[in-house]
Design a protein around this ligand. Structure first.
Ligand SMILES: Cc1ncc(COP(=O)(O)O)c(C=O)c1O
Length: 395
């Protein structure tokens, strides 16, 4: 087939991100009944009712016009109160930009900071949006590997040995996606020292920071001396408040940089959906019991899965946070992509291969525990049956 003139003239900055495996899996699942989806990072809980009501009220009150590009002042103030109360972070309303999810903040950060050829270090395995955003802006993503033997916790030496004269930024995602690894406070302090020593900027993606399982502890990098001025803190509503479709997140950074980014932010989408901003305001200022109950459910699902996976002969990095278990399936003799595709076709359980998190030919799968416990138990039965039948076929 001949290429359209549009395709022929695609700008070289548009890098090929291979989304074909995800599309293939979703296509297979669409043709099946009884699928248990443990693939995407989208909570199974509904957004709490008082948040939905706030959005309805906003519509009834004719709050369906543009807001300023950085977002509603009362929302930015509530974000600052929340950052202070939860994480000890000191930001003012003029240091916040509300965006369409953390996703838009990521792009905005890279647009604002990446120069041609800059190297950006990223905790890995990783949320590969970072790679795409860095590459779209002419930079080079450099993965910093983490390992199962350490429960995928970051090792400062792995960062150190990747620093070159071109290193400009380090992306710290803690807890991380897909591993759930929480970077311990002592490592965070070492990262701060490195950043100051080598004049490196930090993006601290804290989207999962409310979802931490004891005894793990979260430390926000921008609370450390000398760090606020070189850090952008990212956070949002999708994961904590089961608000993925509302598209609200934010970046927090020094006011002069926020001012500089205000026009580019305006160019991207003018402002974050106004109704969603009112919903986000209700999320922060309203009752928290319902989301706290979801955290307890996640903890129960995590504990069950860790035991059940071990019982099925699979190992993993014990996740300190988020709602994922990055599971090693090398004992089955299959590679992750073929494991995931065959598991889906034969049993209707959908999980994602490590290949989707920047690790080609991976031996790992990411299981998201975002279904009610009885469905997760059913999924585990199907996974065990699948592994046994594979062993039987090989024998
Ligand atoms: C580490 C990380 N950052 C950012 C995002 C984007 O989240 P959202 O745009 O829904 O706020 C995700 C989504 O999975 C994520 O895992």
């Amino acid at each position: 087939m001949t290429q359209s003139p549009l395709l022929r003239r695609t700008a070289p900055r548009i890098v090929e991100e291979d989304g074909s495996f995800r599309t293939k899996m979703l296509g297979i699942a669409a043709g099946m009944d009884n699928v248990i989806a443990l693939g995407r990072g989208d909570p199974d809980f509904h957004t709490p009712g008082h948040i939905v009501d706030a959005a309805k009220r906003a519509l009834d009150d004719n709050q369906h016009h543009y807001t300023g590009p950085t977002g509603l002042l009362q929302l930015r103030q509530a974000i600052c109160d929340n950052l202070r109360g939860e994480y000890g972070l000191e930001y003012d309303a003029d240091e916040i930009i509300v965006t369409a999810g953390v996703q838009e903040s990521i792009m905005l950060c890279m647009l604002g900071l990446v120069h041609e050829g800059d190297e950006v270090l990223i905790t890995s395995p990783r949320f590969t949006t970072y790679d795409t955003a860095v590459q779209l802006c002419g930079g080079v993503p450099i993965p910093v590997p983490t390992y199962q033997k350490d429960d995928f916790a970051l090792d400062i030496d792995e960062i150190n040995k990747r620093i070159t004269p071109k290193t400009r930024m380090f992306v710290l995602v803690s807890p991380n996606n897909p591993t759930g690894a929480v970077t311990p406070p002592e490592v965070i302090r070492k990262i701060a020292d490195l950043a100051i020593k080598h004049d490196i900027l930090i993006i601290a993606d804290e989207i999962y920071a409310k979802l931490i399982y004891p005894p793990h502890e979260h430390l926000s990098l921008a609370t450390l001396p000398g760090m606020k001025e070189r850090t952008i803190t990212l956070n949002g509503f999708s994961k904590t408040y089961a608000m993925t479709g509302w598209r609200v997140g934010y970046m927090a950074a020094p006011a002069d940089f926020v001012e500089k980014l205000t026009e580019p932010r305006h160019t991207l989408s003018i402002n974050t959906c106004t109704v969603s901003q009112f919903a986000a305001l209700a999320a922060l200022t309203g009752p928290q019991q319902e989301i706290e109950a979801t955290f307890r459910d996640y903890a129960e699902r995590r504990a069950y899965l860790m035991e059940a996976l071990t019982g099925a002969g699979l190992s993993f990095g014990a996740p300190g946070g988020a709602f994922y278990i990055y599971t090693n399936i090398s004992a089955t003799g299959m590679q992750a992509k073929s494991f995931c595709e065959n598991l889906l076709r034969k049993t209707g359980v959908m999980v994602f291969p490590g290949d989707m998190f920047g690790e080609p030919n991976s031996d790992f799968i990411r299981i998201s525990y975002l279904q009610p416990l009885p469905l997760i138990q059913e999924a585990m039965e199907r996974i065990k049956g699948f592994i046994d039948s594979h062993k039987g076929a090989k024998a």
